[in-house]
Design a protein around this ligand. Structure first.
Ligand code: COA
Length: 257
């Protein structure tokens, strides 16, 4: 029997969602996005859940979209499980705390922009290699990142797409704290517990207010990004990049205009 790819546990009003596909570095398939979306939608309605703790396995947060699975998505990305998951996460009314060890690639970094508190191991590597894959930023990264860190630093992350350290992520304002890997989850849980003990309505109102004024810009950027991302997914650049990854070689974009 294959292991479940999403492990859930509810205790102390904290719902832990653990991405669990370690042999593929927790790369996310459409089925896994569907599971995450359903879990979040149910958690939003469940009064027993006050906080969500999102994490991966001890060595990896997530290697992002499963590259092969991703090329098979038919039609509109917003309606695909990946779009449903990101809509559920970005619209989630309760606090979300992330505990990150190892790789957080692509959507693995993008989704952190939609969490409230982020705790990261000192050996973690974050990366948004969209351009290197023939794609473009997704789920409001092109809107949010320049606002957090300024254009030039966001451009470096998004255009060169290189991996960066937990320490850099901290300096850029993307994460709350960098910790020894073995302490990341316990620290995240400790903070989640503190949130779960806060006045619940005041917490929900605060999250709503913090997002309210950036919502219009985020909504617009989401739609435009998805349009370009969907078009790029059908193009030759991503095909070359994914073939190169599967064949464990560097992509060759030299013949593409
Ligand atoms: N999609 C599908 N399979 C993936 C994957 C992904 N995004 N990331 C890793 N895997 C698979 C590899 O193909 C490999 O499978 P195999 O054992 O059957 O060959 C396995 O997971 C282990 O990957 P490997 O690259 O050997 O692990 P690593 O520890 O050396 O490196 C990463 C880890 C995450 C740095 C590296 O796997 C990576 O860069 N992955 C691609 C990330 C990416 O581009 N994501 C998409 C963003 S849109």
């Amino acid at each position: 029997m294959t292991a479940p790819t999403l492990l859930t546990e509810l205790s102390d009003h904290i719902l832990t969602l653990r991405i669990n596909r370690p042999d593929k570095r927790n790369a996310l398939t459409q089925a896994m996005y569907g599971e995450l979306a359903e879990a979040l939608l149910a958690a939003a309605e469940n009064p027993e859940v006050r906080v969500v703790l999102l994490t991966g396995t001890p060595d990896t947060f997530t290697a992002g979209n499963d590259l092969q699975d991703f090329l098979q998505i038919p039609g509109n990305l917003a309606e695909a499980p990946v779009g449903r998951f990101m809509a559920a996460l970005s619209g989630f009314p309760k606090p979300v705390v992330a505990a990150v060890n190892g790789a957080a690639v692509g959507i693995g970094t993008t989704l952190l922009l939609h969490c409230d508190l982020v705790y990261v191991g000192e050996t973690a590597r974050l990366q948004m290699p969209f351009v290197s894959l023939g794609l473009c930023p997704e789920f409001t990264a092109s809107y949010v990142l320049p606002r957090i860190m300024g254009h030039v630093r966001a451009a470096e992350l998004l255009m060169l797409g290189e991996a960066f350290s937990a320490q850099t992520a901290h300096e850029l304002g993307l994460v709350n704290e960098v910790l020894p890997p073995a302490e990341v989850e316990s620290r995240a849980r400790q903070q989640a517990l503190r949130l779960a003990q806060q006045a619940p309505q005041a917490l929900l109102t605060t999250k709503m207010l913090m997002r309210r004024f950036s919502q219009r810009g985020m909504h617009e950027s989401l739609a435009v990004e998805l349009e370009h991302f969907s078009a790029a997914l059908k193009g030759p650049e991503v095909k070359e990049a994914v073939s190169a990854f599967m064949q464990k070689r560097k992509p060759d974009f030299s013949k593409l205009a």
